[in-house]
Design a protein around this ligand. Structure first.
Ligand SMILES: Nc1ncnc2c1ncn2[C@@H]1O[C@H](COP(=O)(O)OP(=O)(O)OP(=O)(O)O)[C@@H](O)[C@H]1O
Length: 255
């Protein structure tokens, strides 16, 4: 036999994405031609200065914004032209998304916020309750189960938002600064949790300003002015450098 082995398509393939925002009468270019492929099981950190286009890119990858130009492919299927209802189904089934604002339901307790998301993802009442308990424990939120979002710190709200994003054990997690407001202990806990989901097969795209969070990824994509300025693998540190919970203690941007 000759020829190359057939290769499976990447989980995500962005091809020359362009997107501007309208501010008053002015068009602000945010993403100016980004091509990026993310393979199944990868953990990609997206970094770059404020205004570089990171959040816009994440919204494009999750179908929450449509590109002005370019194409987006998910598992070999073109998705940038899907209707909103189809995108919503896709997100419910395969994506976990956590954005800076958190988007918690303010009239519901922490536990209900998580359980309701599980029910909406199609779980039975019993499975949803089990999943809720598991995530409350995983994220160190059990003591806040009955609290409302208004009674939480910024960091706690972010952890509830992360719990909701992970409820359906997503194939692909898109996370925008999930450690942005956290103290160093909570940051370590959230990064350890992301590492665990990654080890179990979840593909992660993480927007972060935090070098420590970025060093948890396999690969760091740096944006500048709406374009990719650098795309580098994070080298595997020697095992002795890893902390017990799996988060890399040493920042080593290889490439
Ligand atoms: N809804 C919007 N309306 C108008 N302009 C926007 C909007 N969202 C983003 N922008 C502009 O688009 C550009 C890219 O913004 P984006 O939020 O994607 O950057 P970012 O890298 O995520 O920034 P940060 O790190 O501060 O969150 C910026 O110039 C920003 O001001």
């Amino acid at each position: 036999m000759t020829g190359a082995e057939p290769t499976s398509p990447p989980l995500l393939a962005a091809d020359a994405l362009v997107r501007s925002h309208l501010s008053g009468a002015t068009l602000i270019p945010a993403v100016r031609g980004i091509s990026l492929r993310v393979d199944h099981g990868e953990f990609v950190a997206v970094t770059g200065p404020s205004g570089a286009g990171k959040s816009t890119l994440l919204h494009l990858l999750g179908g929450l914004l449509r590109p002005d130009e370019g194409e987006l492919w998910l598992d070999g299927r073109r998705v940038d032209r899907l209707r909103e209802a189809a995108w919503a189904r896709l997100r419910r089934r395969r994506y976990g998304i956590v954005f800076q604002s958190g988007n918690l339901l303010s009239d519901f307790s922490v536990a209900d916020n998580i359980e309701l998301t599980a029910v909406l993802a199609g779980m039975s009442g019993r499975t949803a309750r089990e999943r809720r308990e598991e995530l409350l424990d995983d994220l160190g939120l059990a003591h806040k189960a009955g609290a409302g979002p208004g009674e939480l710190s910024g960091g706690e709200r972010q952890r509830v938002a992360l719990a909701r994003a992970l409820v359906n054990r997503p194939q692909l997690l898109l996370a925008d600064e999930p450690t942005g407001n956290l103290d160093s202990r909570s940051t370590r806990d959230v990064l350890a949790l992301l590492s665990r989901y990654h080890e179990q097969g979840t593909t992660i795209v993480l927007v972060t300003h935090d070098a420590r969070a970025a060093s948890t990824a396999d690969r760091v994509v740096s944006l500048f002015d709406g374009r990719i300025a650098d795309d580098a693998r994070v080298e595997e540190p020697p095992a002795a450098w890893r902390s017990a919970n799996g988060v890399r203690d040493v920042i080593d941007f290889g490439g």
